[in-house]
Design a protein around this ligand. Structure first.
Ligand SMILES: [Cu+2]
Length: 433
């Protein structure tokens, strides 16, 4: 995967072309000896107790920038952005201790959770010395203060947790994470409905956010910032921008950005792969992110911890090619990839001659953007000089990205930002994957 990542940095402008054709050059199996580490990574606790520290640290962007962030990390652990994904069961008694290593007060809000206590008393807004609202919830004091929040986990679903203090600044600085509330007795259901059943081995989370690097530089240098000038330049999934989004979880060259955003699935098969993947979208930014997976619609089944259903229980979920979470919103979708018939020449003959190698897009290196076969999952013909193979096992890729295309850039350079890939393995799977 590191060499795939490097290759994509080099050829990022061609990513969309690649996506349309559906083929990318990937390294051979020898370079991916480690087990795949993609998908949602839960932090759990037998007692549902978590200890988070709000602190400052740095993340990197694909264009070589380094950005000062604030984030929640595990107390005693290293800085990470975004904060850990906390997973609990509906009805659990949850404790979150917040330690504050920042030089100003901070807090955590748990939108969607009821009757949150702070230090055993109802969490409540705070005012500054002039009587102006300074925090939407109880704070931990600056410079190593702490506060303990407790609540009973509410309805199953996907929720943000985020700073309630000086919200415009602290949320922009990165003080947010995801809270996943699982269905009691049915961890393989997004909610209490049987039709929300998913494959737990294919569960993904997209924490969507944006960064104005000028604001972060001002905070780092302890200068004031005129928020009327707010202009986001970086757009992220799980704290990373394309092509870092497709790197594995815990990629060693992204030490403070542990969560990847590659989706890795197989086509639907009634016998061998009957259950859909689950994707949990969260919008931690200031504007809509019209997210758009190529190649397959997704079934929207819940928003903000509420199943898509009528008061009488009638299913109101729907299939769409656009998943458009608003700021502060969460949206959960099921994805079923149904195109197994396109995988070979026996079941679906294509009566069109293949283009000659010299008529194909080759490069900017020696790679081609075509698999030499019109069939997904095959790469059996002529290859450009120097190319050993076009994929590992016949898998192919589609992009998924924000369709507000300025959000699919790294500081204005296409393509990057809020973009990732969906990898579809052959129906029989990929050996070693
Ligand atoms: Cu698109």
């Amino acid at each position: 995967m590191p060499s795939l990542n490097r290759a994509l940095r080099r050829v990022a402008p061609f990513a969309l072309v690649a996506a349309i054709i559906g083929v990318l050059v990937v390294p051979g199996p020898q370079s991916s000896a480690a087990a795949p580490t993609d998908g949602l990574e839960c932090e759990t606790s037998p007692s549902n107790s978590f200890s988070l520290t709000a602190s400052g640290g740095y993340i990197s962007t694909p264009d070589g920038n380094s950005i000062y962030m604030w984030s929640y990390g595990d107390t005693g652990g290293s800085f990470q952005f975004p904060g850990p994904t906390l997973c609990v069961e509906s009805g659990a008694n949850v404790t979150v201790v917040l330690h504050n290593a920042l030089s100003e007060p901070t807090s955590i809000m748990f939108p969607g959770q009821n009757k949150v206590l702070a230090g055993g008393k109802p969490a409540q807004p705070e005012n500054d010395a002039n009587g102006n609202l300074s925090s939407l919830t109880t704070t931990a004091a600056a410079n190593n203060g702490s506060v303990t929040y407790t609540f009973v986990a509410g309805a199953p679903g996907t929720y943000l947790y985020q700073s309630g203090t000086d919200v415009q600044k602290q949320q922009q600085m990165g003080l947010f994470g995801a809270l996943v509330v699982r269905t009691k007795g049915h961890p393989d259901q997004e909610n209490g409905r049987a039709d929300s059943t998913f494959d737990p081995a294919h569960e993904y989370l997209y924490m969507l956010s944006e960064v104005d690097p000028d604001a972060h530089l001002a905070v780092e240098r302890k200068r004031t910032y005129n928020w009327n000038n707010y202009t986001p330049r970086y757009f992220m999934i799980n704290g990373r921008s394309m092509p870092d989004t497709i790197a594995p979880n815990h990629a060693e060259w992204l030490p403070n950005q542990p969560y990847g955003a590659l989706i890795h699935i197989r086509p639907y098969d009634e016998q061998t792969n009957p259950r859909p993947a689950l994707i949990r979208y969260l919008n931690a930014g200031t504007t809509n992110y019209p997210f758009h997976p190529h190649g397959s619609d997704e079934q929207l089944i819940a928003r903000d911890g509420h199943p898509a259903q009528a008061p009488d229980g009638k299913d109101l979920s729907y299939s769409n090619f656009l998943i458009d979470p608003a700021p502060g919103q969460t949206v959960d979708t099921l994805m079923t990839w149904k195109d197994a018939e396109h995988w070979n020449s026996a079941t679906n003959p294509v009566p069109v001659p293949l283009p000659q190698l010299q008529d194909q897009i080759v490069g900017p290196g020696t790679e081609t953007w075509f698999s030499e076969s019109p069939y997904l999952g095959e790469s059996d013909a002529q290859l450009p000089p120097g190319v050993v193979q076009n994929n590992q096992c016949g898998e192919y890729y589609h992009v998924a990205h924000s369709h507000a295309l300025q959000q699919a850039t790294n500081f204005g350079a296409s393509f990057g930002g809020m973009m990732t890939l969906i990898r579809i393995d052959p129906p029989a799977g990929c050996p070693g994957q």
